[in-house]
Every structure is written in C-alpha cells, then in structure tokens.
Design a protein around this ligand. Structure first.
Ligand code: GLU
Length: 399
C-alpha cells in the first residue's frame, strides 16, 4: 500500500451505501456480552434470539454422514434438489401453501432470503411498507436495495397489532413490498386468521403491492395461538406473497445458516441468479442436516417450543411484577418487549447503564423503532431468566 494512502477507515473509500450501513445491534450486543464474559465479567445475556438447546442429534448425524460421504463440493446455487423438494413439501403440507421445488431457494439463513428478495424486487423510488416495531435488519436491507422505508406504527396498548385501516392509509403508489412478521420479533404479536383475512381484503384493492411473510418463528407459539400463512388464508393472492423461513429458531440451528425463500417462480429464479453471483450455494453438508430436519418428525421442535412457552411465561410474569414497567404479553417467538419509558431514560442509555451497572445485556427498543421499550430474549435457561429479572429490577430501583 503506498505511504500516501488514506487510512482504511477514511470515509472517502466507502460507497455511500456502506457509509449509511449500521452493523446489526442484536449481533453486536450479543458479541459484546460474550466478550465481557470471556474477560471474566459477571454477565447475564438476554440479548440475541438464539436457542440455547443443542441441534437435535439426528440432524447433526445426517450432516456428519453427508460430510463423511463426501458432500463437500459446490452444489446447485438454488440448493440441493432434495432439500428444495422437502421445503416445498413442508410448505404445501404444513403451511397449506401449494409450492413446487422450483419455487424454493435455499439461502444462508432467513436473512439472506430477505436480502436476496429485497435486492431483486426493490429499487430507487420504491417503498418498503414496514409495520413497527420491526426486526432491525429490514430497514437496512431495503435501503441497501435503494428503496425507502415507510413505517406503519402500532400501539403497545393495542397489542402492537397491524390494523387494516393503518395498512390502507400507509399505501402510496410507490409502495412495492409489505413485510409481515408473525410471530413478531420483537413484540411476540401473532396475527390471527381473521386479522390476515382483513389485511388480505386491503391487499386485493392494491394489486401492485407484494408481500413478504417472515415466518421464521412459526413454531414458537404460546398456548391458544396458531400460525397461519397469509398465502393459505388468501390463496388468490398467493402469486404476490413470498415466504421466508428457516431452521434456526425451530430446530435450534442458528449457526448452520439454513433458510429459504419461496414464491413466484421467476422471482425465485432471479434471487438464485443473484446468489450464484454472490455466495454460490449454501454449505452442502449443512443442507443434508437441514434435509433431515425439515423432512423429519416435529417432536423435537415441539419439545423445544414447549420449553420456550414456559420460559416466555416466566419472563412475562417476572416483568409484570416490576412496578412501572408495562408489558404486552408476547404470544409467540421468544422475546418480551416491555415499555420502560416510566423511568425517564432513552432505551440506548438504559441498556448501556444496565450492562455497565448490573451486567445485564438486553437490546434497546430504538433498534426496533420504539425508544420506549427494551427487548429481552427468553431463549435462555430459567436460571438465566431469573438472574436477568433480578438484575433488571435492582437497576430500575436505582432510577
Ligand atoms: N434474529 C435474532 C435476533 O433478533 C438473531 C440476531 C440477528 O440476526 O439479528 O436476536
């Protein structure tokens, strides 16, 4: 490198895209908590949504067998044919959305499914409609694709629900894609069949609007709630609906990076072309583990979901016992998103002080579009949840 080169951090080297980009705060906080722990600090982390269970043994075995059998080469960019078939069968049988293997792209986690979809659908002048609070990566991904983001706010007192009137009012001629994330990260709100039907009625009046349903938490539902795919509730709209899912949350496979994108064939083909030019295929032997998971029985998924139910309940009960804090009880996923505005701190300052003073890592609500709230994950042992609740309560008492 010539001696006159500017330092690597010099902004002039970075594209405008890169300058606008923020690193994922959920991952950053989880990494910071791990590093502090490794340094010997007494840290309790309720930050990233990552199941603490081991991936079920039969899935690990299937990947190990594939590795031993030499599944170590490039595969088709769109995914191993057997896995695409299995995902198509899962969507058709379990989610009641008729899907063929050609309509499925295997991706490097649910994140890459979203990223690829945004890249092939969105461009400058387009708007992403995003119900808030939202998972923090959607806006950055849309902006990377050149689109702008139009938020559709919801109220804690209304259970953070997306009302059809609010959707209707948000749609403009530029609106290209709507994100539906149910069960929701961070609020845990689950859209009922009736609510999806009402949203579908709005969508029928706006034929230019496409929808992506992020169903990554489909298996994590509190008792009395069920998951419905919009494309099953409104099959007449199926061509405009894309489904994103993956193995990370349901099967405890976060590090495997196996997700999928399903929908209209020509769009999937474009997303596969993008993938072939960027990451090639998802790790071949990992796909064989995913094949065992997706085509296997759901006992392991149900058993883990049941444990998350009692942990979610424990976290919710503990939070509701803290005076001054308001919680909409989550009906799904593994987060709680209480309103802590009573304590008079913005969510970032509150989380920074909570980590410094009590060693508790949680994620500030501002990252999800609501500065009144903080997000706590219950993808942790009951002892860790209890410890986290005590640290939070001790801290709030000092304010
Ligand atoms: N989706 C999880 C979370 O929100 C994992 C981290 C991430 O991908 O942002 O915590």
């Amino acid at each position: 490198m010539p001696a006159t080169s500017p330092p690597q951090t010099e902004n002039t080297w970075l594209s405008q895209r890169a300058q606008a980009l923020k690193p994922s705060l959920t991952l950053a906080i989880a990494a910071k908590a791990k590093a502090l722990k490794a340094d010997g600090r007494d840290i309790c982390s309720l930050s990233a949504g990552e199941p603490d269970f081991e991936t079920p043994a039969f899935i690990r075995q299937a990947a190990a067998d594939a590795l031993a059998a030499g599944q170590t080469r490039y595969g088709p960019a769109a995914g191993e044919p057997a896995l695409r078939e299995a995902i198509a069968a899962k969507l058709s049988d379990e989610n009641h959305v008729a899907t063929s293997a050609e309509q499925v792209l295997v991706t490097n986690g649910g994140k890459q499914a979203l990223f690829n979809l945004f890249q092939v659908l969105l461009e400058r002048g387009d708007e992403l409609l995003l119900p808030a609070p939202y998972w923090l990566s959607y806006p950055d991904m849309a902006e990377l694709a050149g689109a702008s983001v139009r938020l559709i706010p919801s109220q804690a007192a209304d259970g953070f629900r997306l009302r059809p009137e609010a959707l209707e009012a948000a749609i403009t001629p530029k609106s290209k894609l709507l994100v539906l994330n149910s069960p929701s990260n961070p609020t845990g709100t689950v859209l009922s069949r009736t609510e999806l039907e009402a949203l579908a009625s709005v969508l029928r009046r706006h034929p230019q609007l496409l929808v992506v349903c992020d169903e990554i938490y489909e298996f994590l539902l509190a008792p009395g709630h069920s998951h419905h795919s919009l494309a099953a509730v409104a099959p007449d709209l199926a061509e405009r609906i894309f489904i994103v899912g993956g193995c990370a949350k349901g099967w405890a496979m976060t590090g495997w990076r196996i997700g999928w994108l399903a929908g209209h064939g020509p769009v999937i083909k474009a997303a596969a072309a993008l993938q072939s030019q960027s990451t090639s295929n998802v790790c071949t032997f990992a796909q064989y583990g995913a094949l065992a998971a997706v085509s296997g029985p759901r006992d392991c998924v149900r058993a883990m979901a049941q444990q998350f139910n009692s942990r979610r309940q424990r976290l919710s009960d503990g939070l509701r016992a803290i005076a001054g804090l308001k919680l909409q009880p989550p009906a799904g996923a593994f987060y709680a998103f209480p309103d802590v505005s009573h304590y008079g701190l913005d969510s970032m300052s509150l989380c920074n002080r909570l980590l410094d003073e009590q060693g508790l890592a949680v994620v500030p609500g501002i990252a999800f579009g609501d500065d009144r709230c903080i997000r706590l994950s219950c993808a942790a042992s009951e002892a860790t949840i209890d410890d986290g609740l005590q640290r939070l309560s001790r801290f709030l008492q000092t304010l």
